[in-house]
Design a protein around this ligand. Structure first.
Ligand code: UD1
Ligand code: MG
Length: 451
């Protein structure tokens, strides 16, 4: 059966104290909303509808950037979770199958949990995701009778007896579209908050003779973000899970607690990651690579056997083939290094392609930007770029060519040629001694005058 995903993301997030809508704050380099969309993708939704309100345009842009087929609908006033889901009704008018409701500020619902809910749907008309709360606080309480969920009672409306229930509502609900919207049309705002509660559909379903149950998940999965402290806690939770997953998949982390992953980092087995390495979004590291300490990598692909760092920076579009070495204080952006190429010290390579087994000397810079346009540098295979070479792009250095130390290259260097571009050296006999004497005399005079 097809599933339609509805993500509630209209709330302001007052406690974030932010100009940015809450669901756009990031965990592991991705907005909370995208984590929710990725979670929902586990059920391969036919339609995805985001209910947005505060910061509508920004939320809409982020949603569509992640999934161009996502529909974003406006909930102009936040009249409650039930009202929010109803705002998605029109967008799903022609859709069949199930409706799954997730919250945009709850990033960690797992694929297994959603699959378990989907499995329970085979037997029950409505399935709610619940959790045993360590501190049930103000969560809605799940009133169970055996495996049947009878109703959900919001904290504000609950009796003391109901408040003593510790099995709580996560907010995630799954039922057919038909029942979801049919039941919601009957929901009123006659309650302690004056809001339209999504949770009221359970009691209404039971009255209508429909069945309902709750599937339980770990409380950590239902962790929501309401404040900067929650955001930091969510980041920490993500990172500790990502470290464990990396270790379990065969990655060596010498100091796991100092390595930070993005939501989509892929690290192959037998890779070694030294302390204090940070991964930004869109990084793939193939098996057996070695990422040395204090390296920052984003938007890059590192192939087998490559060695990166210590203190290296790979920026978007860095493509390192097998056995490439990138050493300390080397920055690479939008550049391809073919197999066995080496840039070991103090270098900037931007908008370039470097051939196989080419050696880039210390202090080399591709001067790729003229202040307005970016230009490409092409270096062939088995070339040798002398230390402190400035490559003024656009420029090409051929296969097996060399540039002499301190060369300023603004014309193409043919295959096999040696390019020398610097003023010839002149040695003036004894001139250093004379110059030292003169300078020291001047200093002495200044010191005497200031006494
Ligand atoms: C809701 C549940 C409660 C549950 C808790 C779990 C209801 C009535 N209550 O309570 O049972 O234990 O979540 O965290 O459903 N939102 C909108 N539009 C609205 C209202 C809310 O988009 O008009 C969004 C919010 O941005 C948020 C989510 O829905 O992402 C939940 O809203 P929130 O106000 O936090 O609900 P709670 O009172 O916490
Ligand atoms: Mg809440």
């Amino acid at each position: 059966m097809s599933t339609n995903l509805i993500i509630l993301a209209a709330g302001k997030g007052t406690r974030m104290h932010s100009d940015m809508p809450k669901v756009l704050h990031k965990v592991a380099g991705a907005p909370l909303l995208i984590h929710a969309m990725k979670a929902g993708a586990a059920l391969d939704p036919a339609h995805t509808v985001i209910v947005a309100g505060h910061g509508f345009d920004a939320v809409s842009a982020a949603a569509i950037d992640f999934d161009e087929d996502a529909q974003v609908v406006l909930q102009a006033e936040q009249n409650g979770t039930g009202h929010a889901v109803l705002c998605a009704q029109e967008a799903l008018a022609g859709a069949t199958g199930d409706a799954l409701v997730l919250y945009g500020d709850t990033p960690f619902i797992s694929q297994q949990t959603l699959e378990a809910m989907n499995a329970a749907r085979a037997e029950f008309d409505v399935v709610v995701l619940g959790f045993e709360a360590a501190d049930a606080g103000r969560y809605g309480r799940l009133v169970m009778e055996g495996e049947n969920l009878e109703r959900i009672v919001e904290f504000k409306d609950a009796s003391d007896e109901e408040r003593s229930i510790t099995f709580c509502n996560s907010g995630v609900i799954l039922s057919s579209n038909k029942h979801m919207f049919g039941l919601l049309e009957q929901v009123t705002n006659d309650n302690a908050s004056g809001e339209y509660y999504l949770t009221d559909i359970i009691g209404l379903a039971r009255k209508a003779g429909l069945s309902a149950t709750a599937v339980a998940c770990d409380e950590a999965e239902t962790m929501g973000v309401n404040s900067r402290a929650d955001l930091a806690a969510a980041e920490a939770a993500f990172q500790s899970r990502a470290r464990i997953e990396a270790l379990e998949s065969g990655v060596t982390l010498t100091a796991p607690e100092t390595v930070f992953f993005a939501h989509d980092t892929y690290i192959g087995a037998d890779t070694i990651i030294e302390p204090n390495v940070v991964f930004g979004p869109e990084v793939t590291v193939e098996n057996g690579a070695h990422i040395r300490a204090f390296t920052h990598i984003e938007g890059a692909h590192v192939s087998r056997g490559a060695i990166v760092g210590p203190y290296a920076r790979l920026r978007p579009g860095a493509e390192l083939s097998e056995n490439v070495h990138v050493g300390n204080f080397v920055e690479i952006k939008n550049a391809t290094l073919a197999e066995g190429a080496k840039a070991n010290h103090l270098t900037y390579i931007g908008d370039a392609s470097i051939g196989a087994d080419t050696n880039i000397g210390a202090g080399t810079i591709t001067c790729n930007y003229d202040g307005v346009f970016k230009h490409h540098t092409e270096i062939g295979a088995r070339a040798f770029i002398g230390s402190n070479t400035m490559l003024i792009a656009p420029v090409t250095v051929g296969n097996e060519a060399m540039t002499a130390t301190a060369a300023v290259i603004n014309t193409d260097v043919p295959d096999g040629a040696l390019a020398i571009s610097r003023t010839p050296q002149v040695n003036k006999p004894n001139l250093a001694v004379k110059l030292f004497d003169k300078l020291r005399a001047k200093k002495k005079k200044q010191q005497e005058e200031s006494k």
